[in-house]
Design a protein around this ligand. Structure first.
Ligand SMILES: CC(C)(COP(=O)(O)OP(=O)(O)OC[C@H]1O[C@@H](n2cnc3c(N)ncnc32)[C@H](O)[C@@H]1OP(=O)(O)O)[C@@H](O)C(=O)NCCC(=O)NCCS
Length: 156
């Protein structure tokens, strides 16, 4: 994701997160930390004609990393794009040597939770009223890279 992607990303952001959309300023700030050596990693998925179909962002600090955001335009959902974007964040988190990848997801967002579970995330807690002003709780989920690596080794 580069600065010129912010406008199309904002269009999707307002549609996909109507209750708690990020602002333009937040994206500018996140991208400022996505330069080489920075703590962020942001990516966009585009259609053949260059339109933004989805986007995702990671924060990695020391051994810890967090999924900052992940979203796919309604008309492109259900075709594996969300899985591709999540796979990109997981790979980047592992490449940076993080031990674990955490995320928060609305307790009522069952679809996203299913995607995360498929990738090995497990629920580890609840953050009450995390999403404001909607006042919706967040489920915290964690992917342990150690466990993932061992599992892959165990299966040869
Ligand atoms: C959550 C979200 C990112 C998932 O994106 P997506 O592109 O639809 O994800 P995928 O296509 O990889 O997987 C979603 C479903 O499509 C199915 N699917 C994947 N590839 C498919 C294909 N080729 N054909 C048909 N279905 C497919 C998956 O099995 C999955 O099914 P499930 O919902 O029954 O588990 C998307 O729904 C979204 O942007 N939601 C709004 C924003 C949001 O909630 N973001 C998460 C905040 S924490």
């Amino acid at each position: 994701m580069r600065w010129w992607d912010i406008e199309p990303v904002m269009e999707l952001e307002l549609r996909l997160f109507p209750e708690d959309a990020w602002s333009r300023g937040m994206y500018w700030s996140e991208l400022a930390d996505a330069r080489p050596g920075g703590s962020r990693h942001y990516t966009v998925a585009t259609t053949a004609d260059g339109a933004v179909a989805g986007y995702a962002g990671l924060m990695a600090v020391g051994a810890e990393s967090d999924v900052q955001t992940i979203a796919v335009a309604e008309e492109h959902q259900g075709r594996g794009l969300g899985a591709l974007l999540l796979g990109d964040l997981i790979a980047e988190s592992a490449r940076r040597g993080c031990d674990e990848l955490l995320l928060e997801v609305r307790v009522d967002n069952v679809r996203a939770q299913r995607l995360y579970e498929r990738y090995g995330f497990i629920p580890v807690g609840i953050r009450r009223g995390y999403y404001q002003p909607a006042n919706v709780d967040a489920l915290v989920m964690r992917l342990d890279h150690e466990t993932t690596n061992h599992t892959e080794e165990d299966h040869g």
